[in-house]
Design a protein around this ligand. Structure first.
Ligand SMILES: NC(=O)c1ccc[n+]([C@@H]2O[C@H](COP(=O)([O-])OP(=O)(O)OC[C@H]3O[C@@H](n4cnc5c(N)ncnc54)[C@H](OP(=O)(O)O)[C@@H]3O)[C@@H](O)[C@H]2O)c1
Length: 231
């Protein structure tokens, strides 16, 4: 049985990843900040015949990430999905920058996924699939930035892209593929009600892409539909 570890699994895209992998018979390690408040995961666990386990993991906390990794000891993990993320304060334009908030966004969106990659690289190495996927955003693309704004969020994802590209190079000798993907504009708390894709559509499309990723693809930035996204 294949195993997926998903961060931010209590709502939005993370919850949908948990749903789809569980429905396909995978073992799902559903990580979230507070499992005791994750009712939808609890419901999902009831229908997953013991294959879904929740795990407390705050990507912004070094101790929390280390503790979660220790709890799983030598377990192999096939696919790690770094999904947790935040948008930050509403106004992120020149003249209205909240620097404390920006630091928090960097902590969660940039440092968080790298902490998780570092802590779980050994588990992934023991897995069969050896795949790490990190959710970034088209808003983190410098080439695609024609409208500005969202300085904290955009810069956190642009920095994430560089950090994951470095991790991909570091992990290549261990035969671990490490890629970035943008989920499109999706109707979640973050994407809002007017987004073009449902979580079901976005996650189904991303999972198809994951299925086709080979070691030679490591370090790439994918769109949810499998096309290459410009940096
Ligand atoms: N939706 C879109 O249109 C869109 C577009 C481009 C990229 N993305 C990216 O896709 C990913 C998922 O987004 P989404 O739309 O599902 O967002 P969402 O609905 O706002 O969910 C965000 C998830 O991240 C978790 N999270 C936040 N801070 C965390 C922390 N410190 N530690 C652990 N988990 C934390 C949240 O948990 P809590 O419930 O505990 O807060 C929640 O599970 C993000 O990385 C986002 O940047 C989304």
């Amino acid at each position: 049985m294949s195993t997926a570890l998903i961060t931010g699994a209590n709502r939005g895209l993370g919850l949908e990843f948990a749903r789809q992998y569980a429905a396909e018979g995978w073992r799902v390690l559903a990580a979230c900040r507070d499992p005791s408040q994750a009712q939808e995961l609890e419901e999902l666990a009831k229908t997953a015949a013991g294959r879904l386990t929740t795990l407390a993991l705050d990507v912004a906390g070094a101790d929390s990430v280390a503790h979660a990794a220790q709890q799983l000891q030598d377990e192999p993990i096939d696919v790690l999905i770094n999904c947790a993320g935040v948008m930050g304060a509403e106004h992120q334009t020149l003249g209205r920058i909240d620097y404390e908030d920006w630091l928090q966004v960097l902590e969660v969106n940039t440092l968080g996924p790298l902490r998780v990659i570092e802590a779980f690289a050994g588990h992934i190495e023991r897995g069969t699939r050896k795949l790490i996927v990190t959710l970034t955003s088209g808003m983190g693309s410098i080439a695609d930035n024609n409208s500005g704004g969202w300085i904290a969020y955009r810069s956190s994802k642009a920095a994430l892209n560089m950090a994951v590209k470095c991790a991909a190079i570091n992990l290549a000798p261990r035969h671990i593929a490490c890629v970035l993907i943008t989920p499109g504009w999706v109707r979640t708390d973050m994407g809002g009600p007017h987004a073009t894709l449902t979580p079901e559509q976005s996650v189904a499309a991303m999972r198809r892409v994951f299925g086709s990723i080979r070691q030679a693809d490591t370090g790439r930035f994918f769109n949810y539909d499998g096309r290459t996204y410009p940096w």
